[in-house]
Design a protein around this ligand. Sequence first.
Ligand code: NAP
Length: 310
Amino acid sequence: MGQVIDCVAIGDVLMKELVAETEALKAKGITPGIATLLVGDDFGSKMYRGQVEKFCEEAGFVYFNENPPADVDEAGVIEIVKKLNADPAVSGILPLRPFPEHISDSAVINSIDVNKDIDCFHPYNSGKMALGEPTFPPATPSAVIEILDRYAAEKGIDNKDFYEGAEIVVVGHSNTVGKPAAFLALNRNATVTVAHVFTSMKGNLGKHTLGADILIVAAGKAGLITADLVKEGAIVIDVGINRVNVLDEAGEPVLNEKGKPKTRTVGDVDFDAVEPKTKAITPVPGGVGSVTNRMLMRNALKACKIANGM
Ligand code: NAP
């Protein structure tokens, strides 16, 4: 039986640490602030925006909401970024994507002050991470590493012994999760393999995942990782978040009171089948997502300190 890592508890500890650090800063007359930039009204981005606002309130940060309409032009969005760059009350800027099609991601991201780029979107900060000197390690991949660090510490395993030479396989190669997770693991001297959709298409996924001491999955595909793809005694970190229909015993969708299929949130790992094979595993929900926002806020605190010469 694998240990189900209590990521909610890790998130709570991190929040306490953040609150204490924020209070110490406030005692010096300094308050961290986060600004989100949402263009238009994408549903997922609005949900994320709401979470950031809630966490800012909990930690004692100032929160700024920039939400121009979807038909704003690119120059208008960049003007907003410049205003946030110049505002000393804004420690960190978080662009919420997707942007509408007429707005270039890179044009907006490249206009963010690199010292306020708290989710490591700017090529300068991505480059520093690739060189092993991240200022702002991106929130989701650093949540993965934070969970692993705390697991190792809880087991009394030296951090170096835990990572150095360990076989870490990352499934997914997105710029926001898979690739940076691979860099952060490589920076800890793990032997890192990155598998992605083309690995699966060649039928080679298991060839790689079966060698993983630590398997990090970020593909956004419910049920992708089945028990036959996991080595006995592996540690499995499931980053995926997927909505799937709730099925009855006959495999038919269960309907809600409005006659629509009931849904639930699952990861990319077939948890029930995989968990018994693992040494430890993160659940979904209540997994990596419970830590991600805390890492973003930790970066905002760092940005605040940098801005104040600390
Ligand atoms: P993404 O941009 O869609 O990337 C998914 C990656 O998985 C891509 O590299 C894709 O390859 C690869 N992939 C797709 N199908 C695959 C398959 N069958 N086998 C192997 N690889 C496959 O998504 P993302 O932003 O990286 O996010 C990944 C998942 O994590 C999503 O479910 C997302 O909701 C979740 N997420 C969770 C958190 C959190 O805090 N827990 C935060 C962010 C994201 P190609 O690009 O080549 O198609």
